[in-house]
Design a protein around this ligand. Sequence first.
Ligand SMILES: *Cc1c(COP(=O)(O)O)cnc(C)c1O
Length: 367
Amino acid sequence: MSGPKTHSWIEDLDVYVTGKSKAKSEKPPVKLSANESALGPSPKAMHAYRNASEALHRYPDPVYNDLRDAIAHKNNIDKSRIVCGVGSDEILKLACRAYMSPGDEALFVAHSFSMYPIAVTSVGGVPIEVEDTNYTADVDKILAAVTDKTKIIFIANPNNPTGTYIPMSEIERLWKNIPDHILLVLDAAYAEFIREDDYDAGIDLVERSNNVLMTRTFSKLYGLAALRLGWGYACKEIAETLDKIRDPFNVPSSAQIAGVEALNDTEFEEKAYTHNETWRTWLSDELAALELEVIPSQTNFILFKFNDDEKSATAANEYLLNEGYILRHYSGQGLEKFLRLTVGTEEENKEVIRLLKAFLEKINGNL
Ligand SMILES: *Cc1c(COP(=O)(O)O)cnc(C)c1O
């Protein structure tokens, strides 16, 4: 009576741990644990989504023509090489399915996106974690970890959960020093939040290469996480390969329509960027003033450290949960002394700092 038996690697697979959404207080919780948009969704996208309900009986456009047009136009890129997915998570998984066999290795840095090991393991691949330097990807260490079995290198740039980034010159150096049978995945989920001169999401490199895949998402700055919409850009061969193995109707019409409008909503985009820039700076300064160690962020979240011991981060997390504020606390990845805080509304940001101040005063005994 044992029933069907799955692969050993699937039996051993850990499920993805999502940002919590329940707190312990009476009030509705304030969720600052999943890097969601502080300003909600783009109003234009919301409007389009409502209208999409008229056509719920129709299958979606299987090649998402309008959405690819909008993405291509916005980024000035080749429409035929865009692949859309159920979140960019799906693109990452398609890449693993397409380019890894059981026993092959994929590299990513230690404090990075926890979907990578899951996507790799789900196809029987071996996830290899490479140490970082100052919570930032280190190209030399990544290059040193490449073996004959390496098939994919994932770089989240800017990175989650640390918020750090590496300049394009470093990405370029990494790419130049790996053989072209290795797929370099540039996960640019937070690209819309960073405007540093030396940063580049990777479009230009994709266009000059045959082994680079850039992924993007509508979940973060555009505030459409519920719709699960992401996209990838690569050379023709890679784009066609990923396209072959996706489900024919993977992206719902509602997501396609809302995605187009989100890209048109430049007013919201600017507002969201500016809000994030202003409040990330404010929050970083306030956290530093509380003598918490702040990892410099170029995203819509901040990772910060309680310097003394693990107990403070756990206790602070509990304290905040009791007050209805949900942050992300890591029980693994060597980040036990840290909390990750997503930039919220003005009111939420001010309140979370007030609460942290109160917590620190309490544990320092100077009430
Ligand atoms: C949020 C996030 C994603 C993707 O999210 P989707 O909602 O699946 O598009 C991808 N990579 C990183 C690093 C992220 O933080």
